[in-house]
Design a protein around this ligand. Structure first.
Ligand code: HEM
Length: 376
């Protein structure tokens, strides 16, 4: 029998937003499959349960009927696989990869040099956001035809938010406008991708879907990761010093940062059949919330799970998901994080925190708001 509900289990409370981990630990111990009445979803909090379900996608469905959800991440079965098959090459195409690698390295360098010249800057608005948005613009080939300001507004409106993270009024109209804005860039995107004429992707609405998915998926996730890893390195000077003395340690630092403070704390599915999770029956059609931020701190999977300790096992985190829907932009995200670490901690004195930098979890995104840094 599920023990009495802990009053703190409400993802709307400030306590939860500031520090969801005690709640996750309670859930893993007492109710690994917990029906959360406010969301109307089963919260699954243990690593082994989430990994087992994500590894059997046929038992799950991503299909939701919502006016925003683009077909890509809300598709199932053969429909999903055909879109994924079309989209994956976009990330592997050699020229796309090299073009982006250079762009990310030079942009991170330019933004860091500007910051150092000014002596003080806000990591999120003056570094993380321009880096993430310009990388998406470069990827889609629209860097020359749109401003980062427009792209930032589009990315926020696509998820029903203002650029400062508040819910927008008339969200549906704003989303439609944002999709129309993306639609105007489709000829440029199509030209860049230069896909075979028979490719399903050449269809304007399909390309708009893909482009809006990438704009949303590659924005706040990346800015959160940049903020989280800088915050962690400022609080762990020994690991920060290793960046200069041993740059090969950077990938493990990034994985440990994603494990400890996962930028995307939860993902959603529906049960495609009746399921038994941690001894709890979940009916076909019911909604599931996989708390990957909790799985990444599961003591059953990670030693000293609440401590920042970069090690080879860190890479087993579920921060990019698992299985067939594994994050298609993971390489791009890692590149942006490693360029950030190299530029801010790779040589000379690291910056120091002047203001902000606290992490919060809002709509399952965990990252800092204001984050003012100063160079000595
Ligand atoms: C730190 C940065 C990032 C994090 C933490 C992250 C996290 C994730 C996670 C957890 C998933 C799996 C979702 C699921 O199974 O429901 C995912 C999927 C996805 N990500 Fe990322 N992501 C990041 C960056 C990016 C970037 C930069 C892009 C592209 C520009 C991107 C594009 C996608 C797409 C298209 C999917 C859907 C894949 C599918 O359903 O087949 N992500 N991401």
């Amino acid at each position: 029998m599920t023990p009495a509900l802990d009053p703190h289990i409400d993802c709307r409370t400030i306590e939860f937003q500031q520090n969801p981990y005690p709640c996750y630990a309670w859930l893993r111990r007492h109710a690994p499959a917990y029906f959360e009445p406010i969301e109307g979803a089963w919260w699954i909090s243990r690593y082994e349960d989430i990994a087992a379900l994500l590894s059997t996608p046929e038992r799950l469905s991503s299909a939701v009927k919502a006016d925003f959800e683009p077909t890509f991440i809300a598709a199932d079965g053969p429909d999903y696989q055909s879109i994924r098959r079309h989209v994956s090459p976009l990330f592997d195409l050699h020229q796309a990869a090299t073009r982006l690698d250079e762009h990310i390295a030079t942009t991170a360098r330019r933004l860091a040099v500007d910051g150092k010249k000014r002596g003080r800057f806000d990591l999120m608005t003056d570094f993380a956001e321009p880096l993430a948005l310009s990388t998406i613009a470069q990827f889609l080939g629209i860097a020359a035809s749109c401003s980062l300001r427009e792209l930032s507004q589009c990315a926020s409106h696509l998820v029903g938010m203002t650029e400062s993270g508040e819910p927008v009024t008339d969200a549906a109209a704003k989303r439609r406008d944002a999709r129309r804005w993306v639609g105007r860039h489709i000829p440029t995107i199509r030209e860049l991708l230069d896909l075979p004429s028979h490719s399903k992707l050449n269809d304007a609405s399909c390309l708009t879907d893909i482009a809006t998915t990438l704009i949303v998926a590659g924005n706040r996730t990346v800015t959160s990761l940049v903020g989280n890893i800088v915050q962690l390195l400022l609080n762990h000077p020994r690991e920060a010093a290793a960046v200069e003395s041993n740059p090969t340690a950077i990938p493990m630092l990034i994985d440990e940062a994603i494990r400890l403070d996962t930028p995307l704390q939860a993902i959603q599915r529906f049960a495609a059949e009746d399921l038994l999770v941690a001894g709890t029956r979940i009916k076909r059609g019911e909604r599931l919330r996989f708390l990957i931020g909790s799985a990444n701190r599961d003591e059953g999977e990670f030693e000293n799970a609440d401590t920042f300790e970069p090690k080879p096992e860190s890479r087993r985190h579920l921060g990019f998901g698992l299985g067939q829907t594994y994050c298609i932009g993971a390489r791009l995200a890692r590149l942006q994080a490693s360029s950030t670490v190299e530029e801010l901690f790779g040589s000379g004195l690291p910056p120091r925190l002047i203001d902000g930098g606290e992490l919060t979890t809002v709509r399952w995104h965990r990252g800092p708001g204001r984050f003012v840094l100063e160079w000595r």
